[in-house]
Design a protein around this ligand. Structure first.
Ligand code: SAM
Length: 327
């Protein structure tokens, strides 16, 4: 993950032009933050007490230190130990809030053994605060596996809600937020990836996708091939950080922007839903005949009806579509 929380609470990254919207007033220095933290009232009425034998999922900032909640700070201060996806990164966060609780590492490559050790301690009555690299533990990170282990053993799990890259991007995207689907990272394996892209080409709900900078160009170009260049997309980069940027464009525009500049930082892609009712013949040129037929079948048409509809859309005979399908 790039763009760590720096010591001064700001993120040092590219001086890339913010061509749509920018936010350079959202960072807070560690000193100022420590001042604020010392005055935080986390309650004395017992309602927010940290209980033994409980796993706390502590949401942490996705870039801006000031987004850490007072409840999160209380749990980090009072939990018996902290399980961290990256102990150095969480260590910096703990240093900024003056917390010195012991840490243990829990990440993708040790989650089996470390998960069992954490479970043992929870069952012995200790409380554990889980922090993943950023955001809400369990969302596209190994936190979900630890929660599943706890659920299987009847161990209570409490989530301290907070910043989440997916929801932050969705909120700012300008896309329809009534119905949406969270895709996380698209599969890397070729066959699974193709079928996911084909699903996205037909998806009417807004889709939220996580992407790393080094795969961004490939993903944008594959999305364009699958969904057509006119499908709207919002690219959300470096959310809550100094170089926060929100680009509302379509897939042709996104591919063109990144043919002229190199992706940097962290991205969430918000792909607006397909407007299937308005799909015209020109849109179909971006997908295969098989995907086109599958689209109508997913709409509830029989195979013969789907072939007929595809032939009509493409202005060819049913026989041509049929031959194409059995190739
Ligand atoms: N659990 C996290 C959450 O609640 O958002 C997500 C973890 S996932 C391993 C990391 C991905 O989230 C990144 O690759 C990127 O796609 C997205 N992400 C995290 N922070 C971001 C930020 N500040 N701006 C844009 N995307 C971000």
């Amino acid at each position: 993950m790039s763009g760590d929380i720096e010591k001064n609470g700001t993120v040092k990254d590219a001086d890339i032009d913010n061509n749509v919207s920018s936010n350079d007033a959202n960072s807070v220095s560690a000193e100022k933050f420590a001042d604020v933290i010392s005055t935080v009232d986390t309650g004395t009425d017992g309602a927010n007490d940290v209980c033994g034998g409980t796993l706390y999922l502590v949401s942490t900032p996705i870039g801006n230190l000031a987004d850490l909640s007072s409840r999160a700070i209380k749990v980090l201060r009072e939990a018996d130990f902290i399980a961290a996806e990256d102990t150095r990164r969480t260590g910096r966060l703990l240093a900024a809030i003056g917390v010195k609780q012991p840490m243990t590492s829990y990440h993708e490559h040790n989650k089996k053994e470390s998960g069992e050790r954490i479970i043992k301690r929870l069952m012995a009555g200790e409380s554990c605060a889980l922090c993943t690299d950023a955001g809400v533990p369990g969302i596209s990170d190994p936190g979900a596996d630890l929660v599943a282990l706890c659920a299987g053993r009847g161990i209570p799990v409490v989530c301290i809600p907070g910043p989440c890259a997916a929801i932050t991007a969705l909120a700012v995207s300008g896309a329809d937020t009534h119905r949406f689907v969270f895709e996380g990272f698209l599969p890397t394996e070729a066959k699974q990836r193709q079928s996911r892209l084909a699903e996205l080409s037909r998806e009417e709900r807004t889709a939220v996708i996580y992407e790393s900078p080094h795969r961004l160009k490939k993903t944008l170009s594959e999305l364009r091939s699958a969904c057509g260049g006119s499908r709207k997309i919002t690219l959300c980069r470096e959310l809550t950080k100094l170089n926060e940027e929100v680009i509302r464009t379509d897939l042709d525009g996104a591919v063109s922007i990144y043919s002229e500049r190199e992706p940097r930082g962290e991205y969430v892609l918000v792909l607006h839903g397909a407007d299937n009712k308005k799909t015209s013949i020109s849109d179909w040129s971006c997908i295969t005949v098989a995907e086109h037929v599958a689209f109508y079948e997913a709409e509830g048409l029989s195979r013969m009806e789907a072939i007929k509809a595809v032939a009509r859309d493409r202005g060819v005979s049913k026989g041509i579509i049929y031959k194409e399908l059995i190739k």
